[in-house]
Design a protein around this ligand. Structure first.
Ligand SMILES: Cc1ncc(COP(=O)(O)O)c(C=O)c1O
Length: 382
């Protein structure tokens, strides 16, 4: 039977993600447009983003936090190009983004002492293999496979290398213990539902020490440079961005941060996202045609919830036919106005990916699930 209730908001994309509940363009009216980003009021807004993020995430006082160019990718690349090469590197890669960092470190930075600790979609590499005498690079949440690290127990308090974590689809929805990480990056368009534009980069005192004592043996474009004459550029961490930021995007994140505080801060954001995962989990448990891509329950992401189709009819088809069938579910629900952008990532096994970050209402996930059953049955019958 075709369901009758549609999700109030069909935005389930994994980035840019749904805006916060209650968001409207009116929230951007105070944006400081047409003013220099170096003016006092603009710098005040940039600083407010830094301080608001620090407070909400509970980032230690001695960590530096900057707004940087080119979104999360910019923040990660800045860290990799500025910091790596002082010692060997372990790169954990279990889906597309981790694989991308691994291939950049090997193929672009051309570092010699690199170990790739890899796993297939749905699995994690053996975290115990990561050697923290070396630098360790990993994504907290693999957005394209819906597999996250279960905790930080595998990261030692005392480590010689730096723990460099791409946490863009984890922060604001998962416990990310900054004290155990030396570099943490994210962008605004994920769990906060902000506008895509800039990246955030958090550095531990040890990461700063590395920046000030290690001169990478490679040219660094201006857009990546965090030191001048061997000293950290302090202004970068006080709102003096390297280049011109979008004050409209800044205003949008300044709209999202107070919302997050008002609903109860980080614990409430995490609770909202976990409730979304729990809702999908209940449905998967009673639905024969679908399963999580993440094998191990403790590794299932509460943000990028990735599902595979396990119905025998589907599994009997070729890879190409499966990919096309899974896409048809997405297009059918898109044309019904029920769900946008829920196809799995292009390089991931064919299936569905539903964003369950904190801006998504559990009621909307609840309304979506019968539509998935309907679309699958319709496809199979055809
Ligand atoms: C784990 C991870 N890393 C990096 C990125 C790239 O982020 P951005 O487009 O903000 O640079 C994404 C985007 O989905 C991601 O999920």
């Amino acid at each position: 039977m075709k369901p009758t209730t549609r999700p109030a908001r069909p935005q389930f994309s994994s980035g840019p993600c749904a805006k916060r509940p209650g968001w409207s363009l009116a929230g951007l009216e105070k944006a400081l447009l047409g003013r220099s980003h170096r003016s006092g009021p603009a710098k005040g807004k940039l600083q407010a983003v830094i301080e608001g993020s620090r407070k909400l995430l509970g980032i230690p006082d001695d960590y530096r936090l900057a707004i940087v160019p080119a979104s999360d990718t910019g923040a990660v690349e800045m860290a990799l190009w500025s910091l790596l090469g002082a010692r060997g590197v372990d790169v954990l890669a279990w889906e597309s983004f981790g694989q991308g960092w691994l291939s950049d470190i090997e193929g672009q930075l051309k570092l010699e002492d690199v170990r790739g600790l890899t796993a297939n979609y749905g699995e994690l590499p053996d975290l115990a293999e990561a050697d923290f005498r070396r630098d360790v690079v990993f994504a907290w949440n693999g957005t394209t496979s819906g597999v996250r690290v279960p905790d930080a127990a595998w990261i030692p308090e005392e480590r010689e290398g730096l723990a460099i974590c791409d946490a863009t689809s984890a922060v604001f929805a998962m416990e990310v213990p900054f004290e155990k990480l030396d570099v943490v990056t994210w962008s605004w368009q994920k769990v906060l539902g902000g506008e895509a534009a800039h990246g955030m980069l958090a550095l531990s005192p040890r990461a700063v020490e590395r920046l000030e004592t290690f001169a990478p043996p490679r040219p660094l474009p201006k857009i990546f440079r965090m030191t001048k004459k061997g000293k950290l550029i302090e202004g970068l961490f006080q709102g003096a961005t390297i280049n011109t930021p979008s004050m409209l995007a800044v205003e949008d994140v300044l709209d999202a941060l107070p919302w997050a505080e008002e609903i109860g801060g980080l614990p409430a954001l995490i609770e909202r996202s976990e409730a979304n995962l729990a809702c999908v989990n209940d449905w998967v448990a009673r639905t024969a045609w679908v399963d999580f891509l993440a094998q191990e329950p403790a590794t299932r992401s509460c943000t990028s919830i990735c599902l595979q189709i396990v119905d025998p009819w589907f599994l009997d088809q070729s890879q190409e036919e499966r990919a096309s069938a899974a896409k048809k579910i997405g297009s059918l629900l898109d044309s019904e106005g029920v769900a946008f952008d829920i196809n799995s990532y292009k390089e991931a096994p064919p299936g569905l990916r539903i964003w369950g970050g904190a801006t998504v209402e559990t009621a909307d996930i609840q309304s979506l699930l019968p539509w998935l059953d309907w679309a699958f049955e319709k496809l199979k019958a055809a």
